[in-house]
Design a protein around this ligand. Structure first.
Ligand code: PMP
Length: 391
């Protein structure tokens, strides 16, 4: 029984592009199709658009335009940051060490697994019961040969906000170590301050902030040495070969500017929506809230478990009631394994196998939250006998 109005609550997986983003993108596709590297006038026009977009992004993030590198999305930005920084350091043949949190997105975490196969010593940091990395663990893990530390801003599955300023201050005492932050889930909801965080590599993705898919940036501050992932043309200072995605870049600049300008408002609205949703969750005794309920939690992600019930069954029961949510990160949701992130946070296999992520957008209404609350009640009533049977 699919109801008329479907409530989309999977904004951490992807967002609908903003109408202005769609308009800008289609205008550029129609009118400015030349290659920005071409030396003729048409190429020059495309190059000017890219230059302007780079400037807009640099202003929004308070960096210099030369520190903005365009990529195909945050997966590439993260690969370029982690693999690029470590591989660039290895020409010296000295031992290399790298630090990652246990709750990073797969596009960061899998790079560290690859680094291990390449002979790099990797330290994986645990998180506390709020899902946060402890700064003292970072301090202990840092070695003279540490090349990079990757800690995300906001976790994409359960929303924990990481103590980046404290961690960045510790990393600063190790001038060889670079602080990489996956900023995908924080921008537009929380304040971003790369200088205060001492962050030198910072990844963003267009489609999480109402921009287009297939476009992202890697902010590279202070000319951190990077070995490219792609070889070919000399685009992006020789660090990322390939013809620039001009429509995507212009649209991304618009999405980033709107996200930063709307951040304070978005945060307030989301906070109210989230509190109401948490109210519904606490009315249902079977549900366990995994997301930090206090200031450690981002305003747009609510992760709950229905212990004993597989995540995907709960997601489908909600979908039958017209609510679109997700199990874990969309990139990992088809693996049907307990969530690595929830396992690291809760140390509980039952909770990690039954996580349900509801992620919100500031344009949702309180009525939408009521619908989600009713769907949760309905889904739990339907599934309760199955869980009891399992016991
Ligand atoms: N990092 C985080 C925290 C994410 O949530 C995602 C998207 N699931 C990514 C990286 C990957 O971004 P993209 O889809 O642009 O490759």
């Amino acid at each position: 029984m699919v109801q008329d109005k479907v409530i989309y609550a999977d904004y951490s997986a992807s967002t609908p592009p903003h109408p202005e983003v769609i308009r800008t993108m289609s205008e550029v596709m129609e009118q400015i199709y030349a290659n920005p590297s071409s030396i003729h006038e048409f190429g020059g026009q495309a190059e000017q658009l890219v230059k302007r977009a780079r400037g807009v992004i640099a202003d929004a993030l308070k960096v210099s335009p030369t520190e903005v590198l365009f990529t195909s999305g945050a997966t590439e930005s993260n690969n370029m940051a982690v693999l690029g920084a470590v591989r660039a350091s290895r020409y010296s043949k000295k031992p290399a060490h790298a630090i990652v949190s246990a709750i990073e997105h797969a596009s960061v975490y899998a790079c560290y697994e690859q680094l291990k196969r390449e002979g790099v010593e990797v330290t994986v940091l645990p998180v506390d019961s709020n899902g946060c990395v402890r700064p003292e663990d970072v301090e202990q893990a840092l070695l003279p040969e540490t090349i990079i530390v990757s800690i995300m801003h906001v976790n994409n599955e359960m929303g924990a906000i990481q103590p980046l300023e404290q961690i960045g201050t510790l990393i600063k005492q190790h001038p060889k170590a670079v602080f990489h932050v996956d900023g995908v889930q924080g921008l537009g909801k929380l304040d971003v301050d790369l200088e205060r965080w001492n962050t030198r590599l910072f990844s963003l993705s267009g489609h999480k902030i109402r921009g287009p898919k297939g476009i992202g940036v890697l902010i590279r501050r202070g000319r951190v040495p990077l070995e490219p992932l792609l070889y070919g043309g000399s685009q992006e200072q020789g660090l990322r070969a390939g013809t620039l995605n001009v429509p995507g870049i212009v649209a991304l600049a618009k999405a980033i500017r709107m996200a930063v300008e709307g951040q304070a408002d978005n945060k307030n609205k989301l906070e109210q929506l989230k509190q109401k949703l948490i109210g519904y969750v606490s009315d249902i005794p079977e549900l366990v809230l995994n997301s930090p309920a206090d200031a450690h939690g981002a305003p747009h992600i609510v992760n709950v478990s229905f212990p004993g019930m597989k995540s995907e069954v709960a997601v489908h029961a909600l979908e039958e009631r017209g609510v679109i949510a997700s199990t874990q990160s969309a990139c990992s949701s088809k693996l049907h394994k307990p969530s690595r992130v929830l396992l690291a946070m809760t140390k509980n296999d039952r909770l990690a196998s039954s996580g349900l992520r509801i992620s919100l957008d500031a344009e949702m209404s309180m009525d939408d939250i009521d619908r989600i609350g009713q769907a949760l009640h309905g889904a739990v009533s339907q599934l309760r006998p199955l869980v009891q049977l399992e016991r």
